[in-house]
Design a protein around this ligand. Structure first.
Ligand code: OAD
Length: 232
């Protein structure tokens, strides 16, 4: 049995704080590992800015299509076990991922902190269009306005709804589990400051993390850890 199983069994409200490492097993590269997007594209943060979207719309579109969209990717055991806790009303997932895999896993309480690639809208008229339309043209067929995914670009702010939902979940949590994220991006990383004092924080990550305060670090492949976890 997993050494940390009792922590999960005893918790009433878990918050999973997650990042790209939960989707690598689904075939989507992360950002800061050796195979990560930022190691292969030194300018990736610029390519993911609204300034770039405006100054080179075709380049932005190609960058997103070539590097961010994995329409055939499927959820893995990490998404599925976390989703199962949300279906029992025992957890909220707050993710930085924009890949839609938590939705595909049927996650009930989910905050897409950085938005979702599969939610696409026209910046001119505000209408939302199916992602398939965006993947064939970057211009809205009704008004030729620029289509874009509803993700938080580098010079944009996090939605107030996402912040409010995240803070409420953090304040209600009696177990916080950080999974597959380097915790280097703010304001996501500062969510930990909103945990109730003394709440148990567990981190499951392939490489050791430095987090403020006391926490338990499990250096592991998260698919192994969640593969062994029994949701009950
Ligand atoms: P990172 O690439 O910074 O971190 C992913 C972490 O997951 C690394 O520490 C890996 O070691 C770990 N990891 C990878 N596969 C794993 C596995 N199978 N099991 C356990 N750990 C694994 O990605 P994020 O922290 O998600 O923002 O990056 C945060 C944000 O930076 C992203 O949301 C994105 C990017 O800029 C935006 O697009 C706005």
């Amino acid at each position: 049995m997993l050494e940390q199983q009792a922590l999960f069994d005893q918790a009433h409200q878990i918050v999973f704080l997650t990042g790209a490492g939960v989707s690598t097993a689904s075939g989507i590269p992360d950002f800061r590992s050796a195979n990560g997007l930022y190691k292969q594209n030194q300018n990736a943060e610029y390519f993911l800015s609204h300034r770039y979207f405006q100054s080179d719309p075709e380049g932005f579109y190609q960058f997103c299509k070539d590097n961010l969209y994995f329409p055939d990717a499927k959820p893995n055991v990490i998404h599925e076990k976390q989703a199962a806790y949300t279906k029992l009303d025992k957890a909220t997932v707050i993710t930085q991922n924009i890949d839609n895999l938590y939705e595909l896993a049927g996650t009930k309480r989910l905050v897409d902190f950085h938005g979702n690639l599969f939610d696409v809208y026209c910046e001119k008229c505000g209408a939302h269009v199916p992602v398939e339309e965006y993947l064939t043209s970057r211009l809205h067929k009704l008004d030729q306005g620029p289509l874009r995914p509803n993700i938080v670009l580098y010079d944009e702010v996090i939605s107030q709804v996402a912040i409010n939902q995240s803070l409420a979940a953090m304040q209600a949590a009696d177990l916080i589990v950080v999974v597959g994220t380097s915790m280097k991006v703010y304001p996501f990383a500062s969510l930990l400051e909103y945990a109730k004092p003394g709440v148990k924080i567990l981190a499951v990550n392939q490489e050791p993390l430095e987090l403020p305060g006391n926490f338990e670090m499990v250096v592991a492949d998260a698919t192994d850890f969640f593969g062994q976890l029994e949701v009950r």
